[in-house]
Design a protein around this ligand. Sequence first.
Ligand code: ME8
Length: 522
Amino acid sequence: MPDPMPEPFYVTTPIYYVNDQPHIGHSYTTVAADVLARYHRLAGRDVRFLTGTDEHGIKMCKAADEKGIAPNELADLNAPHFKALWEKLDITNDDFIRTTEPRHENRVSALVQTLVDSGEIYRGSYEGWYDEGQEEYVTETAAKEQDFKSAINAKPLVKYSEDTWFFRLTKFAPRLIEHIEANPTFIQPSSRRNEVLSKLKMGIEDLCISRNKTKLPWGIDMPNDPDHVVYVWIDALSNYINALGIPSIGDDHDGEFAQYWPASIHLIGKDILWFHAVYWPCILMAADLPLPKQIYAHGWWTSEGQKMSKTLGNFISCDQIDEICADYGRDVYKYYLLRAITFGSDGDFNAEQFRQTYNTELANSLGNLLSRTVKMIGKYFDGVVPAPTEEVAEVADVQAAAQAMIDAAPELMDKCAFNKYIQGSIDLVHATNQFIEITAPFTLAKDDTQRERLATIMYTCAEAVRLALVYLQPILTDKVPAALEVLAQGDAPTDFATAGQWGVLQSGTAVGPAQPLFPRKS
Ligand code: ME8
């Protein structure tokens, strides 16, 4: 029986505010999403990968004001920086949505109108606190606890007082709690899931979902009230379905909604979990649409041991990312982001640790294994991969490491355990380097009676490094193709079904010449 068609895989990043240029934090989520997209494509799934920019709201208005330009001009100025960074980092998003595009604005209006029609939106008045940096309403209790400052950037909270439209968030809270309890992986990591759940159980209030245009003119009109714009988070969150088209509100975008919704995973940072784990599912329930399968909140980066700040000079902006990429290669930057910390935890970007990780794992281990293997095959077998005819007991250890990497990969990717996923390949590389030390091909090569044994050893090394490379493809997006070229696999299919098992490398393949793909850095 043929395998059933794997489910499509739809991955999203947050849509980023364009009040400024992108930095390491933005690149982190996008790189992680790209790695998932690439992995699942190689695993044979139909992948959709969405990113984009969030262009409305008070934060945008204020930043534009400071520059003396209109918000849309600021958006047009900064959105291209995000697009350019993703191109520079070789990000394979299928779509890039801007919230000022008509396709988005029209669908936000239609979505809000369905909520109005079904009575989930009512008129009321709000008096309370607002965090303008986070674009977030803050309860009186929380405001007091935070000393009336933003929990994220410590700027003073602003008192808002106005007539607005409310969404019946409280009505959907019991269903949401049930859903979170019945689906333990709906919110990840589980520590954050527990935080959301306990906060929900403490009780929530209905949500203001509009702002009066006299206070905030920059947004999408409320379809039922031309004096109001839609709250920026309702506007922003709906990008995830708007980019596909929403058939139930009257527009079908080539069947993409049917194909890809519900999303397999929304990747986000920990500071925006509440919006994604509470507001978004409740809006979807109210619109009678399925919920995303998973919301995964990652941690935050500090830089050289401190919170990133432009004044401290440790801010990792676009320019710094450019410099790192020029120095090490863009895929080494991506490797470090995913290797240095456990996805879900906070971590520190440290230039010295970056260099050491590169030297230890990529230059001394992976790069060295590839180059010594290719050089030995060049010297002992005229550059042609020999057939593994004689049994060599130690090969079992290398094959076991390869099988462990192969077997663990799907679950590790399901859990976004990128560092452990990478570890699988590095373990295989270490096992193979150790295999070389133990079997000592350089000594065997001096003895003609050992040709067969030597042949098996060299085949094993080449096959092991090939397999390690195949599994590193989603991360080392430049170095792996170059290395596979050295192994004469440049034109071969590299998907896991074809290339992801032991024994794919054909004896008789002419390899080389060795390339300095990972030069040591001092
Ligand atoms: O929040 N380390 O946009 P945004 C890791 N527009 N991640 C970081 C970080 C750091 N130091 N600093 C920021 C928004 N981030 C909304 C999203 S989605 C419907 C709307 C992450 O540009 C942060 O956690 O302020 C968030 O996930 C992302 O950058 C976007 O932040």
